[in-house]
Design a protein around this ligand. Sequence first.
Ligand SMILES: Cc1cn([C@H]2C[C@H](O)[C@@H](COP(=O)(O)OP(=O)(O)OP(=O)(O)O)O2)c(=O)[nH]c1=O
Length: 200
Amino acid sequence: MKQKLLYLASGSPRRRELLTQIGVPFSAISADIDETPLLNETPSAYVERLARGKAEAGRRTVVSDAAFCVLGADTAVVLDGKILGKPVDEADACAMLMMLSGQEHEVLTAIAVLDGERCESLVVRSLVRFRSISREEVAAYWASGEPHDKAGGYGIQGLGAVFVAGLDGSYSAVVGLPLCESAELLGHFGIPCWQTLNAR
Ligand SMILES: Cc1cn([C@H]2C[C@H](O)[C@@H](COP(=O)(O)OP(=O)(O)OP(=O)(O)O)O2)c(=O)[nH]c1=O
């Protein structure tokens, strides 16, 4: 049987790398949506709505006669129930990182997979503990360019790792795509990662 095509609705280079890591063939498509939280929306409902919205936005751009699925994802850093998005400027990044300093925060990553008939989604919650960070370190970190496009203003997969004293949860989810859960959800849609591994 011919395998369904998979589209990753994401502009994130991290998500592309992570999906490549588990050997699933896919094409990346854009998924630009409005990321403004709704009034009284919980962080978990927010990331799940965005992941589904990205998958749906992606699907609208696909022109194909073959069967296909679309995968969308969204990651938010949450401290004391407050969503920290991507920093808009240096002051914003510094404020976020100083808030995270010496604290434990949540990283919520939602994934959504849809085909022509249904959409399935889930949220993965991880806890990340930061050591205390000085203002000088935050300034130097901003100057590295790494915080700019990342939720919470840091990347655990990059220089930001030096702030991470502990992680309880899914490393790949913090980077942007929970691989264990993504493989499972894709399997529900007839896209088995194991088949690719067996063929190696
Ligand atoms: C916390 C954390 C986030 N991030 C990144 C993952 C996401 O790319 C980004 C969160 O923003 P998102 O809005 O989830 O994703 P995005 O805008 O980068 O990509 P797209 O919507 O097109 O899929 O932060 C890291 O790379 N490392 C980390 O440690």
